[in-house]
Design a protein around this ligand. Structure first.
Ligand code: SIN
Length: 310
């Protein structure tokens, strides 16, 4: 019997597929749709201390090959999402979840995490260090010194399971430097990758999204090779206790299979979920199971990280 079960730290999931933060996760209704789908979990929209309207619209556009977005972290405020995941946890009988969050400054991030630390929520937190779309705010995890300082402070008071959402890195030296920092901390996971920041899509002579004169995060087919490289680079470098979530360019069972082959324990779907809706989880799960059955793999641990080299 082929199983796509997985685990991150002490948390088990019946399926390794789930949504990526930003897609189908703004409201309880959207999160409930993922909860009742074939997905193994959901992650919430990244919650900030106060609710945010985000960037002016249009701020998301589908393309033939994927998507561009500059949402700017619109969200209902971290309390909305913290209340929901805590409620599900206390009801029992639900999937395990991920609460995504970040502050608009390091101080605000610590305020939020102290609130989560003091709360009844004992599930996973995904600290988003990689949003490319808030004007004037750089992608935090491209600044290694700031990232190190934030994590050092976080782990001085935060005792619950926490992982980080990363931007794509493009240089071997950066993989080495980033991994050396992450290995200093008891991270439950890293999630690679967020969108490739600040791309530009043009229709005839005009940009397709309004914020930042059209600059936005790129998702979809083009980011898969970069995502796979980031997943595998961190799989090769991180302490085995730090699990990897693979995100980027997943729209088929074959794409999910490749992420797992590179070392991913869970696989998140963004652009393709936005296009196809939550029924995508059933389709991709079946496609993944068929590939596993053909190859004689019973569980994802049979091939996770076992990429062949020439
Ligand atoms: C956004 O809200 O701008 C997208 C989320 C992200 O890239 O982290």
């Amino acid at each position: 019997m082929v199983s796509t079960k997985t685990s991150i730290g002490a948390f088990d999931f019946d399926n390794c597929l789930m949504n990526a933060a930003g897609v189908y996760c703004m409201t309880r209704k959207e999160l409930e749709a993922i909860e009742s789908s074939a997905a193994g979990s959901f992650v919430t929209k990244t919650g900030t201390l106060e609710a945010r309207a985000g960037n002016p619209e249009p701020r998301y556009s589908n393309t033939d090959w994927g998507s561009i977005n500059s949402m700017g972290l619109p969200n209902k405020g971290v309390d909305y999402y913290l209340d929901f995941v805590t409620e599900l946890q206390e009801e029992g009988g639900h999937k395990n979840h991920f609460l995504s969050l970040v502050g608009m400054s390091p101080e605000e991030t610590h305020t939020i995490l102290k609130k989560v630390e003091a709360s009844n929520y004992n599930g996973l937190v995904e600290l988003n260090l990689s949003c490319p779309n808030v004007p004037g705010k750089p992608q935090i995890a491209y600044d290694f010194e700031t990232t190190d300082a934030i994590l050092s402070e976080v782990f001085s008071y935060y005792t619950k399971p926490l992982g980080i959402k990363l931007p794509p890195y493009f240089d071997i030296v950066h993989f080495d430097q980033a991994a050396a920092i992450f290995n200093k901390y008891p991270l439950a996971f890293v999630n690679s990758v967020n969108s490739i920041g600040n791309g530009l899509v043009i229709d005839d002579e005009t940009v397709v999204i309004k914020p930042k004169n059209g600059f936005g995060g790129i998702g979809g087919d083009f980011i898969k090779p970069t995502a796979l490289a980031n997943v595998h680079a961190f799989y090769q470098r991180l302490n085995p206790s730090i699990k990897i979530i693979g995100t980027g360019g997943v729209k088929s069972g074959r794409d999910a299979f490749e992420h797992i082959l590179c070392g991913a324990s869970m696989v998140q779907i963004g652009t393709a979920l936005h296009k196809e809706g939550p029924a995508i989880f059933e389709r991709i799960t079946k496609e993944l199971q068929n590939i596993m059955a053909e190859k004689g793999y019973d569980s994802i641990e049979d091939f996770r990280g076992k990429l062949h080299y020439l």
